[in-house]
Design a protein around this ligand. Structure first.
Ligand code: PMV
Length: 312
C-alpha cells in the first residue's frame, strides 16, 4: 500500500493583505507552526479515520480531483487554528498536494505544488491572491509585486491580476502573534472588501495607499529598519480598519501591544483571527495580549516551506 507524508508552514502578513488580491504589493513570512498530513491508499475515502465525502473540505477535494484520486485515507495534524489569519488553509492545500503527489510518484517540488495548491484555495474561496499559498509553499519570506533581487520564484495571473512572487530574505526580527480566539472566514471578508472597493472610489484609494505603504515597508524590512517598518505596520492597520476588516477585539490587542512595540496590525483576512506586533519586548507584549483577552504566540520565521516526509 502506497503512503506519503508532507508538511507546510503557516504564515503572517507583514504588510499588504486584501490589497494584494488586486495585484498590489505584499510581504508575508512563514512561521514555525505547520500543517502535517499523511495519505495512504484505501478502499474508501477516510478523513482522520472516519468516512467523509469532503463536502465541507473543498480545499482537500480540489487537490484530490486535480490528482484523479477518489479513495484515499487522509490523516491531518495542525499547529494552526483554522480561521486564525495564519494561513491554515494554504498550509493544508500545500501539504496535501505535496503528500498526494509524492504518494503517486509525481514531482512535488515547490514549483510543482504552487499551482495546484493555489487552484485549490481559489476554487474553495472563489476569490483571493496566491500570497498565502506562496508563503506556505516557499517558506522563509516572500514578496508579491515588489522589486525582486533576481528572477521571481513564479508568476501567477488570474482574472486580470498578475502576481510576481519573489524570495525575501528577512533579517532576524521578533514578532508576537495575538490570536483573538474568533474564527473568521477569509472568503466573505475578501468579498466584502471587493464590493466596497467596486462601488466606492474612496475605498479604491485606500487599497492604493496600502500598496504604497507596503512598498516602503518592504524596503524598510530589507534594511532592517524596525522603527520605520513598525510605523508602516500601524499605518496599514488603520487603512485596513477603514476597509472594515478590523473589529473591537483586534483593535484592543493592537492598541495594547503598541506601547511595547515598534508597530502592530491585524494579519490575514481580519474580522477576528490574529494581530502581529514587531517588538524587542516579546514577554511584555505577550503579557499585555493575555491581559486583553488574546492568546499570544512568539513565532519564529526563516522556516522551510512545503516538504515531503514526516516533521515534528
Ligand atoms: O486570513 P488568511 O490567512 O486566509 O489571509 C488572507 C489574506 C488576504 O489578503 C485577505 C486574501 C488573499 O487571498 O490574499
Amino acid at each position: 500500500m502506497r503512503s506519503a507524508s508532507a508538511s507546510a508552514p503557516g504564515k503572517f502578513v507583514v504588510l499588504g493583505e486584501h490589497a494584494v488580491v488586486y495585484g498590489k504589493p505584499a510581504v508575508a513570512l512563514a512561521i514555525d507552526r505547520r500543517f502535517r498530513c499523511t495519505v495512504s491508499e484505501s478502499s474508501r475515502l477516510l478523513l482522520n479515520g472516519v468516512p467523509d465525502d469532503l463536502s465541507l473540505h473543498p480545499h482537500m477535494s480540489n487537490i484530490l480531483k486535480a490528482n484523479g484520486v477518489g479513495k484515499i485515507s487522509i490523516v491531518t495534524e495542525s499547529d494552526l487554528p483554522s480561521g486564525s489569519g495564519l494561513g491554515s488553509s494554504a498550509a493544508l492545500s500545500a501539504a496535501l498536494s505535496c503528500a498526494v503527489r509524492t504518494m503517486l510518484g509525481k514531482p512535488a517540488d515547490e514549483k510543482d505544488v504552487i499551482g495546484e495548491a493555489y487552484d485549490a484555495e481559489f476554487g474553495a474561496q472563489g476569490i483571493g491572491s496566491p500570497m498565502d499559498t506562496s508563503a506556505s509553499v516557499h517558506g522563509g519570506g516572500i514578496g508579491v509585486n515588489i522589486p525582486c533581487d533576481g528572477e521571481p520564484l513564479w508568476t501567477i495571473e488570474r482574472n486580470g491580476n498578475r502576481w510576481d512572487v519573489c524570495d525575501v530574505h528577512a533579517p532576524e526580527m521578533t514578532f508576537v502573534v495575538g490570536y483573538t480566539g474568533i474564527k473568521a472566514l477569509t472568503g466573505p471578508l475578501v468579498e466584502r472588501v471587493r464590493r466596497y472597493k467596486d462601488r466606492n472610489s474612496f475605498a479604491k484609494d485606500i487599497v492604493d495607499e496600502i500598496g504604497s505603504v507596503t512598498l516602503e515597508g518592504a524596503d524598510a524590512l530589507r534594511r532592517n529598519d524596525r522603527v520605520k517598518l513598525g510605523k508602516l505596520m500601524t499605518a496599514d492597520h488603520k487603512l485596513l480598519s477603514i476597509l472594515g476588516v478590523s473589529g473591537p477585539e483586534l483593535n484592543r490587542l493592537v492598541d495594547a501591544a503598541a506601547e511595547y512595540s515598534y508597530g502592530a496590525k491585524l494579519t490575514g483576512a481580519g474580522g477576528g483571527g490574529s494581530m502581529i506586533a514587531l517588538t524587542d519586548r516579546p514577554e511584555k507584549v505577550c503579557e499585555t495580549i493575555r491581559l486583553h483577552g488574546g492568546t499570544p504566540m512568539i513565532v519564529n520565521t526563516g522556516v522551510p516551506g512545503v516538504k515531503a516526509g514526516k516533521t515534528s
